[in-house]
Design a protein around this ligand. Structure first.
Ligand SMILES: [Mg+2]
Length: 402
């Protein structure tokens, strides 16, 4: 399909810009409609263009800024990729974004994802696209003067339930041996028991197995914690073999949740089709951003499965995720941690409430302010230089999952 010229070429934008008077613009739009049916889609977003992409490496992540010719800039967060690599990849992808209309978010997502068949998918590509996608939504929301969740269909709730809070606690496990002795299992059970005592019978307890408890031990453990009524047991196994999840689902009577390491609708689909998950946990920063996270939520909705978004992003990526959480029907609870250092860089426009929620983001776009001076300060501090976390080792020195 050939796009109308105002969606493809800069010269037309210049032409539009030269028509100063509103009456002139209206006359032009009317004439365009009469002469060219595609002119009917002409609106105030038609002349905006991406002019620059700037990646800012900051500790273990990259904040990416996208500028436009309309003086509007958007921000996104890339995490879970070596930051120097993420910055280089985002800069390289700018080749495909330069001069494009940033409001064509889904189109640009497809451009980036399908640009090179042998690089499609995977953490490096999807996490980087996520940051760019957030920035495009940020720009588009600002352009229309609304928070992003308004562009996603509007809010389905007045506040977003989060954890950890006084009444919602998640405990978890590090790597465990292939077969557990009673005292090894009891230590994990005790952490669940303590959490339940702390939140009381009207509170929420979750357990994160971090894919680090081998299946045989997890089955024993899950049987032992049944009396404590967990909201979910997270990451019961390493993603990759659906048969392992099927075996666990057959033998565990606690709701199972996973999805933080599955990045697209195609990654999530097998869990739903095989009915092995009760809750899906997309991470806005890992799934390719707001665009793909929303699709995952819709896919899960078709299976009557709520999302409980995973989130270890700072307030930028977290707020992007809140916009999705606000605007999908089946939502359970959202992970949300404060990061003191990164909190000096990104100021979000929502508040935590006393009843374990956050208010809906207020403002336009993502509804965050980025302090570029504070960002530059952290970025320049050698103490925050990224280092690989490295593998977890078993008692015998072998590498184990986590
Ligand atoms: Mg987890």
């Amino acid at each position: 399909m050939t796009l109308p010229s105002h969606e493809t070429h800069i010269p037309r934008r210049t032409l539009l810009g030269s028509i100063g008077a509103a009456a002139g613009a209206a006359l032009f739009a009317g004439e365009a409609r009469a002469a060219d049916p595609a002119g009917a889609v002409l609106d105030r977003t038609s002349s905006i263009r991406i002019t620059r992409l700037t990646p800012h490496i900051c500790r273990d992540r990259v904040y990416v800024k996208i500028d436009t010719n309309h003086g509007i800039s958007g921000w996104g967060e890339i995490k879970g990729v070596v930051p120097t690599v993420a910055a280089a990849l985002a800069s390289s992808m700018f080749e495909m974004l330069d001069g494009q209309n940033p409001t064509r978010i889904e189109h640009l997502w497809q451009v980036l994802y399908r640009a090179e068949r042998n690089q499609r998918g995977g953490a490096f590509m999807l996490h980087t696209i996520a940051g760019i996608d957030m920035a495009l939504w940020d720009i588009t929301g600002q352009l229309w003067g609304v928070p992003v969740y308004r562009l996603l269909g509007g809010p389905l709730r007045e506040k977003i339930r989060v954890y950890p809070t006084d009444k919602a606690i998640k405990v978890g496990s590090g790597p465990q041996p292939q077969s557990g002795n009673p005292d090894q299992i009891e230590r994990m059970v005790q952490s669940v028991r303590n959490a339940r005592e702390k939140v009381g019978p009207d509170g929420t307890v979750m357990f994160d197995a971090h894919s680090a408890v081998p299946p045989a031990m997890l089955i024993q453990f899950a049987a032992a914690i049944e009396p404590y009524n967990l909201l979910f047991l997270e990451e019961p196994a390493v993603p990759g073999n659906i048969e392992v999840f099927k075996r666990l689902k057959q033998q565990i009577r606690i709701p199972l949740a996973a999805g933080e390491r599955d990045r697209t609708i195609w990654g999530i689909l097998p869990y739903l089709a095989e009915k092995v998950l009760d809750i899906v946990q997309p991470d806005c920063g890992y799934t390719g951003g707001i665009s793909q996270m929303r699709k995952i939520a819709t896919l899960a909705e078709a299976y009557m499965t709520p999302i409980a978004p995973h989130c270890t992003q700072s307030y930028l990526g977290m707020t992007a995720s809140f916009h999705v959480a606000a605007s999908v029907p089946l939502f359970l609870i959202h992970e949300a941690y404060d990061d003191e250092l990164l909190g000096t860089i990104v100021k979000p426009h929502w508040k935590r409430t006393d009843d374990g929620h956050v208010t809906l983001p207020e403002g336009t776009g993502l509804c965050v302010d980025v302090n570029e001076t504070a960002l530059a300060k952290v970025a320049a501090d050698p103490n925050y230089k990224y280092r690989w976390r490295g593998p977890k080792l078993d008692a015998d020195g072998g590498v184990v999952d986590y």
